[in-house]
Ligand binder design. Structure first.
Ligand SMILES: C[S@@+](CC[C@H](N)C(=O)[O-])C[C@H]1O[C@@H](n2cnc3c(N)ncnc32)[C@H](O)[C@@H]1O
Length: 316
């Protein structure tokens, strides 16, 4: 018997048992892993599901998808390399109308973060790239060198929640007037020279996060996929989202809160004003990693899992 291909990269999936327990409600259903990565969550779901279930894995990183030996799952598995904002298109192409569960485990896989050529980590000098999908045109280099000082400050403040945003933006603009910034270590220098040494690491993490979010339009695509995912769930189907920073978690929380609100009938209301909620929140507070998992996997420490279920009789 042939051995499955050796996985070249590693990524330890987070909150695996919690995802399996909270996402699956039909053992023969159709499940979408919208952030397939190295397939850690899909593999765990596969072990739980009946063989007649269907699995769909989406990732915009072809390098990740190519690592997965399909023989690791018993069910029918469709792997699609695209942005999860194209969820509807993916399902249309597969002639699938509704699904029973969708998982989004947001952010980066560990091997991309650890690859200096991708430019994501301030600790690893590399090109200022930061694209999840390397066929996209916009890179961190373009953002850093062509956006106005005000645009840079706004991005750093909005997506990094960094209060030294104006000073850092000014420094970037000063540096780029003498020479274009092309390396992640140059961006690191701009931050280091602008903030109190005591807070450097936090500021660096925030600034790198901010540029990554801008380059990959992360907040826009998240908003789009939350709407699309809610629409394609069967009644009783579930959406599970793991986020790693407060901006994402806030967006998921607000989406679940907004769509789980009802507008009860009041005297004098017409039928169209009465709203039955689209979603029921399964998690009140977000689920976080147990101390044992957090101690073994640093990524798990910031992970927050929220799950909601599509209701049976929703109205717009
Ligand atoms: C945290 S990793 C997922 C790891 C995966 N759960 C596992 O067990 O291996 C996130 C993955 O989502 C992908 N990703 C992030 N944003 C995406 C998007 N908008 N569309 C498609 N894939 C995306 C990344 O390329 C990365 O592989």
């Amino acid at each position: 018997m042939s051995q499955p291909a050796q996985t070249q990269f590693r990524h330890t999936p987070v909150l695996v048992s919690e995802v399996c327990e909270l996402l699956v409600n039909d053992l023969s259903g159709i499940y979408v892993d919208g952030t397939f990565g190295l397939g850690g969550h899909t593999k765990a779901l596969s072990a739980l599901l009946n063989v007649d279930a269907t699995l769909i894995g989406i990732d915009q990183d072809q390098t990740a998808l190519a690592q997965f030996p399909p023989s690791l799952v018993q069910q029918s598995l469709h792997l699609v390399c695209t942005n999860f904002e194209n969820l509807n298109q993916v399902l249309n192409d597969l002639n699938i109308n509704k699904v029973h569960g969708i998982l989004l485990d947001l952010g980066l896989n560990s091997f991309s973060l650890d690859d200096p050529e991708r430019g994501f980590a301030f600790s690893l000098p590399g090109p200022l790239d930061m694209r999840f999908d390397r066929s996209n045109e916009l890179t961190a280099e373009i953002v850093v060198n062509t956006y106005s000082q005000e645009q840079l400050a706004n991005i750093i403040y909005r997506y990094g929640e960094e209060r030294n945003s104006r000073r850092i933006a000014r420094r970037i603009v000063e540096m780029r007037t003498s020479k274009k910034l092309t390396r992640s270590d140059e961006l690191k220098q701009a931050v280091m020279k602008s903030v109190d040494p005591r807070f450097r690491n936090k500021s660096l993490a925030r600034v790198f996060q901010a540029f990554r979010i801008e380059v990959n339009r992360e907040m826009d695509v998240l908003a789009q996929v939350l709407d699309a995912a809610t629409d394609v769930l069967v009644p009783g189907g579930r959406l599970a989202v793991i986020s790693y920073h407060s901006l994402e978690d806030r967006m998921v929380k607000m989406h679940f809160r907004e769509l789980s609100r009802d507008v009860p009938r009041q005297p004098g209301m017409v039928d169209t004003e009465v709203k039955i909620p689209f979603l029921k929140r399964i998690t009140g507070k977000p689920v976080v990693a147990q101390p044992s998992e957090a101690s073994q996997n640093p990524r798990a420490r910031s992970a927050k899992l929220r799950v909601a279920e599509r209701t049976t009789h929703a109205t717009q």
